[in-house]
Write a protein that binds this ligand. Structure first.
Ligand SMILES: Nc1nc2c(ncn2[C@@H]2O[C@H](COP(=O)(O)OP(=O)(O)OP(=O)(O)O)[C@@H](O)[C@H]2O)c(=O)[nH]1
Ligand SMILES: [Mg+2]
Length: 457
């Protein structure tokens, strides 16, 4: 990020024609820069109490636009600094003219997320909350929005702080015991300390366990449709989407590469991935396509192993059933509209699988039932609707590390390791928690987080 002393400016609304467009400025000179060009319709403005004022922006004698100007004195503003927001007409040219005027008169163009970064620097929010700002903007569904709003309101931060408090308390007692080991002072017994740390570890683990679900809610449940050629994978994708998205033919090897489509059903987001049929590849392109199928299979939340119920069980079918043994999966017997080979069901049941569903992708039979089975499979882990969910790899990693340090502590305490070592484990765990809140974070982490923002936020 560039100099935090600069006054920054940016267009805060999306490009294109709209009723209004907003330009914002933040920094010490924000008021002065705007005031050099703003002519209020009211004759006299009582400056200290000014808030929302109507008037005209003009450069020398040229009128740029009729606007409303909102002044906010720091620290009572989004960034914590003096801020001005200008509500102008929402046209690309008019907004860029106004912005250019400010940029040539003392302001600098804000970098992506720089307003929020300043809000963070000025203690308006912690890092976890700042990250949630972009999640609110980018939320693709109601659930994702709910998680983002919770984090923005500081629910996650509060949970993290409550864990940290336990650790800091035990750390204080540990250090007291180190410093005054010979004196008779009232410190927690080592059992008490271990008990408290165990509690903190459980709390950390509970939050950590929400990652998978949080990510699914944010991005949709990733469902890979896998099977040998011609079993009806693309037909199944089309049946889910209720439109002819993928090409379907009676020839084997029709789908050459993966096709991903998002789909919402009863408020749940799915991301379906149709893949190339698994067989001995006939050429280079197909070979690469099949490699992609395997990759998608590995990273999916739920795998659908599609089998043609009217044919017999092929060696490839068996290979896929074997390969996916450790994954959440549903075996889908397709083509139930034609006479079935009953032997297949008996054979399939010999493999370890969680659910078997029968459908006809062609006649769109059993599709809704399959969707709810997928939903159930993906969300097998029960999470309370009021629980705080995490969705970020960064948070997950910090919590994993914290859990590791806490377990090291617990093991060390059991082995009666020296208090100095136990204190180190606690300090490391506290450090990890602080990473989430942004108390000890480095410049490059900030850059990474805020560069995903839009300019003007
Ligand atoms: N009777 C019947 N035929 C089906 C059904 N689903 C798919 N088919 C037929 O099976 C053939 C193959 O369907 P696709 O959906 O292209 O199969 P695929 O698994 O995507 O095949 P590849 O892309 O080659 O791996 C087509 O002729 C489909 O019409 C079904 O439920 N019933
Ligand atoms: Mg296909």
């Amino acid at each position: 990020m560039k100099n935090v002393e600069d006054t920054i400016a940016a267009i805060a609304t999306a490009q294109g024609e709209a009723a209004i467009g907003i330009i914002r400025l933040s920094g010490n000179s924000a008021f002065n820069i705007v005031d050099s060009f703003f002519v209020s319709t009211k004759k006299r403005i009582h400056k200290p109490s000014r808030k929302l004022i109507h008037g005209i922006l003009q450069d020398k004698n040229r009128i740029l636009d009729e606007v409303l100007v909102n002044y906010r004195r720091g620290p009572k503003s989004y960034t914590g600094e003096d801020m001005v927001e200008i509500y102008a007409h929402g046209g690309t040219v008019v907004l860029s003219e106004i912005l250019t005027l400010f940029l040539t008169n003392g302001a600098r163009l804000a970098e992506p997320g720089e307003f929020t970064f300043r809000a963070f620097l000025n203690g308006k929010m912690d890092l976890a909350q700042a990250e949630a700002v972009i999640d609110v903007i980018q939320a693709k569904n109601k659930e994702a929005l709910k998680i983002a709003q919770q984090q923005l309101q500081g629910k996650l931060s509060k949970e993290i702080l409550s864990i940290k408090e336990i650790l800091v308390e035990v750390l204080a007692h540990t250090e007291a015991a180190i410093d005054f080991s010979t004196e008779d002072i009232d410190v927690f017994s080592s059992e008490e300390m271990a008990q408290k740390i165990k509690k903190a570890e459980t709390k950390t683990q509970i939050i950590l366990n929400t990652y998978e679900r949080g990510k699914q809610l944010q991005e949709g449940i990733r469902v890979a449709i896998i099977g040998r050629p011609n079993v009806g994978k693309s037909s199944l994708l089309n049946a889910f989407l209720n439109r002819e998205r993928a090409i379907v033919t009676e020839e084997e090897g029709t789908t050459r590469d993966t096709i991903e489509e998002e789909f919402f059903y009863q408020g749940v987001g799915f991301r379906f991935i149709d893949t190339a049929g698994i067989r001995e590849a006939h050429n280079k392109a197909e070979k690469i396509g099949i490699e992609h199928s395997f990759e998608k299979m590995k990273t999916a939340d739920v795998v659908l192993i599609v089998i043609d119920g009217s044919s017999s069980l092929f060696p490839q079918d068996r290979v896929l059933l074997d390969m996916s043994f450790s994954q959440k999966k549903i075996v889908v017997l397709n083509k139930i509209d034609v006479p079935q080979n009953t032997y297949i069901e008996i054979e399939v049941k010999k493999f370890r699988y969680s659910t078997l569903r029968k459908v006809s992708a062609l006649k769109k039979e059993g599709i809704k039932e399959l969707l709810s089975a997928i939903h159930q499979e993906a969300t097998a882990q029960h999470i309370n609707s009021e629980d705080v969910l995490i969705t970020k790899e960064r948070h997950k990693m910090a919590l994993e590390n914290a859990t590791r340090y806490l377990n090291d502590y617990l093991e060390g305490a059991k082995e009666k390791r020296a208090l100095e070592f136990l204190a180190l484990d606690l300090k490391s765990a506290v450090n990890e928690l602080e990473l989430i809140l942004g108390r000890v974070t480095t410049e490059d982490v900030y850059d990474k987080i805020f560069s995903s923002f839009c300019i003007g936020k």
